[in-house]
Ligand binder design. Structure first.
Ligand SMILES: Nc1nc2c(ncn2[C@@H]2O[C@H](COP(=O)(O)OP(=O)(O)OP(=O)(O)O)[C@@H](O)[C@H]2O)c(=O)[nH]1
Length: 453
């Protein structure tokens, strides 16, 4: 169930429960109050009737001789008029006087409704009253009493005195449940309808409030949920709208800050990662290079040359390897300085880079020794390349380094791939290099496939 539905359901239940409790209590209390007012009014009317009866006839016994109490009350009511509230009130100066003799009232203390058309609260069904004289003897026939019966002790306490000119002339007490007139029933029905309408209106308002609050609460939460899911899928920089400054708004603001911070830290991390990658690549590259000349080193050459050799063997392609050594390099160091020797090594490296093709593999193999592997190159073409290199070194303007400096190189070249590994080719090239040195240096000695080394 969605949060919004839960909220609406909770509000509706709360509203219904509170309306039922408040409305029920109000209806109960209003009905009780209404009953009390009806009772009081009936009692007042009855008391007035008794007082008037005593006033006109002097005593109950005298009255009974002239006119029944019931006949008297009917006559009296006929002279009354409804006030602004519809209640019958005696008219000043028109209270009824005595009439001829009549028997006792047949219905005991039965208070009959006023004549039709008088309206007001007196127009209700009969309501019975006990009536006792000043000595607590019953004046009516009303169960369990008959006229003249003494009052029971348990009834005495609830009797209300009726006084005339400061003297208690009788005691009375209402009996039975209140029965409502049409007017009363109309009032109560209007009250019930008002309560039902109030409840319905309250529920409708609650429903509207629930939808409004539900939307207000669930919309930012939906935004937050979507943003968190998007973050989980990798889109770390998320911003949700801040629609209020309440707790949800504060949460949205905090989320935006947190998302921005996480995204920033992640970007920094990525930058660092890229930097580390670049440094690692650089270090890997450096580990494969000779620091002095910038050429590849022996380790790299051996790895790459093994692949080139295997490939040439597999596809029966020509492949050559040459070892190249600076002539009398010890003398260069000794005669001109070690720094001059280093400079010579650097410049030989430059000459090698410029002279060889991009596909050739060039490396510094040891102290003053260099090596070149020529893929797809037979002895003839490799020898041409070596010879060109030798001449270039010889012709190089070494006087720029030192006026007396002369540098030459000797080379041993092997193109025999019918051996077990490239190491054997290098050994053969080394042997040829040895030959070149002993043959007077500054020369290329080569060995073709099949020739004895
Ligand atoms: N300046 C310098 N000298 C180096 C370096 N590596 C090796 N050498 C020197 O190169 C010299 C090689 O000398 P030898 O092996 O005797 O050979 P050579 O003097 O070149 O004589 P041949 O090879 O017979 O022509 C040694 O004196 C080494 O100290 C280096 O990186 N820098």
């Amino acid at each position: 169930m969605s949060l919004r539905t839960e909220l609406i359901a909770c509000l509706l239940v709360t509203s219904l429960a509170s309306t039922a409790i408040v409305g029920g209590l109000a209806y109960q209390r209003l009905t009780k109050k209404f009953n009390t007012l009806v009772m009081q009014e009936s009692n007042n009317n009855f008391t007035n009737d008794v007082q008037q009866y005593f006033k006109v006839y002097g005593s109950w016994a005298e009255g009974q001789k002239q006119e029944s109490f019931r006949a008297f009350t009917e006559r009296r009511r006929a002279t009354m008029r409804p006030d602004a509230g519809g209640v019958l009130r005696p008219q000043p100066g028109v209270e009824p006087g005595p009439v001829g003799p009549a028997g006792p009232p047949p219905g005991g203390g039965l208070q009959k409704p006023p004549p039709p058309g008088t309206g007001g609260n007196l127009n209700r069904p009969p309501f019975r009253f006990y009536l006792f004289d000043a000595d607590y003897r019953s004046l009516f026939t009303l169960a369990p009493y008959r006229p003249g019966d003494p009052i029971h002790d348990e009834d005495r306490a609830r009797m209300l005195p009726i006084q005339l000119d400061g003297k208690t002339i009788a005691y009375s007490s209402p009996q039975g449940e209140v029965s409502y007139s049409d007017l009363d029933l109309g009032y109560l029905a209007a009250m019930r309808e008002s309560l039902v309408m109030g409840t319905a209106l309250g529920l409708a308002l609650t429903l509207l409030l629930g939808v409004f609050l539900g939307n207000r609460l669930s919309r930012p939460l939906r935004h937050l949920t979507g943003a968190v899911q998007a973050m989980g899928e990798g889109a770390l920089r998320q911003q949700v709208p801040v629609e209020s400054d309440n707790e949800v708004g504060v949460l949205a603001q905090a989320f935006n800050r947190m998302s921005g911070e996480i995204a920033r830290q992640y970007e920094d991390l990525q930058k660092s990662h890229a930097q580390i990658e670049a440094m690692a690549t650089q270090m890997r590259e450096l580990s494969l290079r000779d620091a002095l000349t910038g050429l590849h080193n022996r380790r790299h050459f051996d790895e790459q040359c093994a692949q080139l050799f295997a490939s040439s063997q597999r596809y029966q392609r020509p492949f050559s390897v040459t070892l190249c050594d600076i002539d009398h390099f010890k003398r260069v160091n000794d005669q001109f300085s070690h720094a001059t020797g280093d400079e010579v090594l650097r410049r030989i490296g430059e000459i090698l880079k410029q002279s060889m093709r991009g596909s050739d593999l060039v490396a510094r193999y040891g102290g003053e020794e260099f090596v070149v592997a020529f893929p797809e190159t037979d002895l003839e073409h490799a020898k041409e390349a070596c010879e060109a290199l030798r001449q270039r070194v010889e012709a190089y303007p070494w006087h720029e380094v030192h006026p007396d400096l002369r540098v030459t190189i000797s080379m041993g070249l092997c193109s025999d791939t019918q051996v077990a590994s490239f190491h054997h080719m290098l050994e053969a090239a080394d042997a040829l290099l040895y030959q070149a040195k002993h043959g007077g240096r500054n020369q290329v000695c080569a060995l073709a496939a099949g020739e004895p080394a």
